[in-house]
Design a protein around this ligand. Structure first.
Ligand code: ADP
Length: 833
């Protein structure tokens, strides 16, 4: 009685889990039904922007709009019952229509924050693209700087022309003067290069790589502006959100299926293959007529019987049924191969798997039809192409804590079936020493009975036998890896001919036939042993609800635990990454700081020699030479400024800057600073007014303070067109406050927070003219706060002027200076090791 109750209890648990699945299936299908119901909304007539940008969207010779985006959209439209009308226009026209709600959808729109203010975008990106530069034959362009004074063809309104990362913005950023020729499409860009009417041209990478062969042009290595291409929709339209939801939903699904129209059209269009292939059946064609060579035919004739060695309990792949018949997936393949190839492969009966393997080693068995590939087996056998795939998994008892993979079972007692690919896998890839069991039964039982803690096996046969043996205390705990493992025919080494024959036979089996075989054996169910009615009655009375709740709690706990483990792992990884980053950052600063000499010496000689030549010290030069040399001279100066700033910043960050305090007159220091910009001030007609007590002396690092004041003064001069600049200093207790005010363009409130950031240059009409690196204020703040122990403040009103205030101690505190010097000593020590 007790045993019967026990069995009933087990059956209840099993069936309730089934019920749980059923409920989930019902819930899911309700969800599915409701989404599909959403798909049969009133049919929509949609206007779609069409322009010429092969292969993403273009018109074929018959006037059809095709390309990656139309292909995907047409597919979705068919599924949704939408009718599409393509509205032709140039790129710029199409965008305008989109903005004005004159079209409903536009494909191939690169996402940008600016555009997102004008149009709505799908969430899903179709693919990524970027800008690239081609040139006419015969000119050399290695970097954007080489485009100075060149004629560059661009497409009007393109993201690579006018976008935030587009060529126009880049040219402005690097002060490169370019003469732009704007055309309607990329084809015209390349045509202008081909005809030598432009020096260089900007196209997107895909258009470029597919079209370059048709023109006499050169590709440069310059790439810029990577962008996500999406579908875009008018902001003003009431259906945009609906369309986005639908399109995203379909695209997400299409992305999951490697054979979908999405993947096919990307592959076909991007590799320049004929469009028809998108719709062709890409599955391996079933060649039922097998073309055997005469040699192969002769070989088959000479080998009238082939002995198969099989695993009697490797269900569902191969096994022996109660009536002693050979069954499972492999048995079906063998039937087909025997039939189609005229082979006579027959199972040698009555052997255990171990005996089979031993016999195969001494060639008393010729073929193992269903085995994994291991290093050991490769010595004995040749292998066919793979024909069955599976996942390798870890099985544990249900009460074993959650595992993530093989690394978690190192300290556990691991069981594995002897002579299987799993044994080979553990041997080849881990240092786990598993306990070996003769059969899969025994291996599973070892774990179930507590003799072992975990076993490694394949998911299909392990779950099959867990169910068949009713081992309810076992579970599939974790995959061994994401890799898919395969099963092959292993043929004795001295029969290489049979491998090519079997491969030809396998190729002749169509995808449908394969699916049918798999479904036949995977769907096989065992008999539950207890009458259904009894089980159901029991469940209805007591079990169902309780187990649903229990199931829910278990699932919730499982997820929670997994989530916690994941977070702890991520946190650890983050911490490690942070430490590495800090190390790298220190290394970077040290590296740049110590490069100072190497960088500045050659640059100084470039500036020095071009300067001398410009001054006529190497003889007379003509106007063109003078013009070119002036550019080189200016660029060199700019670069030197940049390098000097970067080096100073890095030195401060690496704690390697020298602080040399001394006593000096502030008045004299300001005079020295003013002298450096005097000429430019005069040139702009600006006055300078200095208001400092003549006896004010301070004790600090003179050179560094001078650097701060020069920087304030030069900014004041650069950003002031009318009026003047004033320098004022006064004592406030133990501090001295030095301010530089101007009557220039001022700074808006919203820009204030960015002012002291590295490489920040504000958007003003003087930006290009003023020049600069965007590092001046960043460096000044670093010097003032980290070296001189002071603070920096700014007061400004747009259009009226600015006042930068530096407050530092009159006497630099001993700790500040010695701190820095000590730090420098430490670092120097550490680098010298
Ligand atoms: P830059 O090399 O560009 O001058 P800075 O770091 O010195 O770099 O200054 C950053 C930005 O702050 C400048 O590009 C400019 O837009 C703004 N700025 C700095 N000083 C002034 C000023 N006196 N008046 C107006 N704007 C200023």
């Amino acid at each position: 009685m007790l045993r019967v109750l026990c069995r009933i209890k087990k059956a209840v648990i099993r069936c309730s889990l089934l019920l749980l699945c059923l409920v989930q299936i019902i819930l899911l299908s309700t969800l599915f039904v409701s989404t599909s119901a959403g798909q049969v909304d009133a049919p929509l007539n949609l206007r779609v922007g069409a322009y010429e940008n092969q292969p993403k969207i273009y018109t074929d010779s018959e006037g059809n709009v095709i390309g990656i985006f139309p292909e995907i959209l047409n597919h979705i439209a068919t599924r949704e019952g939408w009718s599409l009308k393509y509205v032709h226009g140039s790129w710029a026209e199409s965008l305008e229509r989109l903005e004005n709600n004159e079209i409903d959808i536009m494909g191939d729109v690169a996402f940008s924050e600016n555009r997102a203010q004008k149009y709505d975008f799908s969430d899903e990106t179709i693919f990524n693209n970027w800008g690239t530069i081609y040139t006419k034959k015969g000119i050399e362009i290695d970097s954007l700087l080489d485009l100075q004074d060149k004629k560059v063809a661009v497409m009007k309104g393109s993201i690579h022309t006018d976008g935030e990362g587009g060529i126009k913005k880049l040219a402005e950023k690097f002060d490169i003067d370019i003469f732009f020729i704007e055309v309607d499409n990329y084809k015209e860009v390349l045509m202008l290069l081909d005809n030598k009417e432009a020096d260089a041209g900007v196209v997107n990478r895909i258009f470029g790589s597919l079209s370059e062969k048709d023109y006499d042009i050169t590709k440069t290595s310059i790439i810029f502006n990577p962008r996500q291409l999406k579908f875009a929709f008018p902001k003003k339209s009431s259906i945009s959100q609906h369309l986005i939801k639908k399109i995203d939903h379909h695209v997400r699904d299409l992305k999951k299926n490697p054979d979908s129209i999405y993947h096919r059209s990307l592959y076909i269009y991007l590799s320049g293959l004929p469009r028809e292939m998108i719709f062709a059946d890409m599955g391996v064609p079933a060649e039922k007529e097998i073309m055997l060579t005469d040699k192969e035919k002769a070989w088959i004739r000479d080998h009238p019987a082939i002995r198969l060695g099989i695993d009697p309990e490797f269900a569902p792949f191969e096994y022996i049924m109660k009536d002693d018949s050979y069954s499972g997936i492999a048995s079906d393949y063998i039937k087909i191969l025997n039939e189609r190839l005229g082979l006579n492969m027959q199972v040698v009966p009555g052997l255990t798997w171990e005996e089979t393997v031993e016999k195969a080693k001494i060639r008393e068995i010729d073929v193992l039809p269903c085995v994994g590939m291991t290093e050991g087996r490769k010595v004995l056998f040749n292998f066919s192409n793979p024909y069955i795939n599976f996942h390798r998994v870890i099985i544990t008892r249900t009460d074993t804590p959650f595992l993530t993979g093989l690394e978690d079972i190192h300290n556990l007692r691991v069981a594995v079936q002897v002579n299987t690919s799993h044994e080979g896998y553990l041997k080849d890839n881990t240092d786990i020493a598993p306990a070996l069991y003769k059969t899969l039964h025994e291996t599973l039982l070892a774990v179930s009975n507590g003799k072992a803690d975990a076993m490694v096996g394949n998911i299909a046969s392990a779950t099959y036998w867990i169910r068949k043996m009713n081992l309810t205390n076992l579970k599939v705990a974790a995959p061994v890896s994401q890799e898919i493992h395969s099963l092959y025919f292993a043929v004795r080494k001295d029969w290489p001919e049979l491998i090519s024959i079997i491969n030809k036979g396998l190729e002749s089996i169509s995808t449908e036939e394969k699916t049918e075989i798999r479904q036949r054996w995977v769907a096989v169910e065992y008999e539950p042993g207890i009458p259904h009615e009894v089980v159901w009655e029991y469940i209805m009375k007591y079990g169902g609800l309780l187990l649903l709740v229990l199931g829910g709690i278990t699932a919730w706990n499982y997820r929670l635990k997994k989530e916690i483990n994941k977070r702890v792992k991520v946190e650890n990884e983050l911490h490690q990454a942070n430490m590495r980053l800090q190390d790298l950052d220190r290394l970077k600063s040290l590296f740049i700081a110590s490069m100072s000499h190497e960088l500045r010496t050659p640059l100084n000689s470039i500036i020095g020699f071009t300067g001398m030549t410009l001054d006529g010290l190497s003889g007379e030069i003509n106007e063109e030479q003078k013009d070119n040399l002036t550019r080189a001279y200016k660029a060199g100066k700019h670069l030197l400024e940049l390098i000097t700033d970067v080096i100073d910043i890095s030195k401060i960050e690496a704690g390697r800057i020298d602080v040399f305090p001394e006593v000096f007159s502030l008045n004299e220091l300001i005079d020295e600073a003013a002298a450096t910009i005097e000429k430019q001030l005069q040139g702009k007609g600006l006055a300078i007014d200095v208001d400092i007590h003549p006896d004010l002396t301070i004790y600090t690092d003179k050179k560094r303070l001078l650097q701060c004041i020069i920087n304030f003064l030069s900014n004041a001069m650069k950003y002031t067109e009318r009026g003047g600049v004033k320098v004022k200093a006064r004592e406030i207790g133990d501090d001295v406050e030095i301010s530089v005010s101007d009557t220039g363009i001022g700074i808006s409130r919203k820009d204030m927070p960015r002012l002291f950031e590295a490489f920040e240059r504000l958007e003003t009409h003087l930006r290009v003219k003023a020049g600069g690196t965007g590092l001046g204020l960043y460096l000044t703040k670093k010097i003032a706060t980290e070296l001189l122990g002071g603070t920096i403040e700014v007061e400004s009103e747009k259009g009226k002027g600015s006042r930068f205030i530096l407050t530092i101690p009159k006497e630099i505190k001993k700790e500040t200076a010695s701190d820095v010097t000590e730090k420098r000593g430490e670092n120097e020590n550490s680098t010298s090791h």
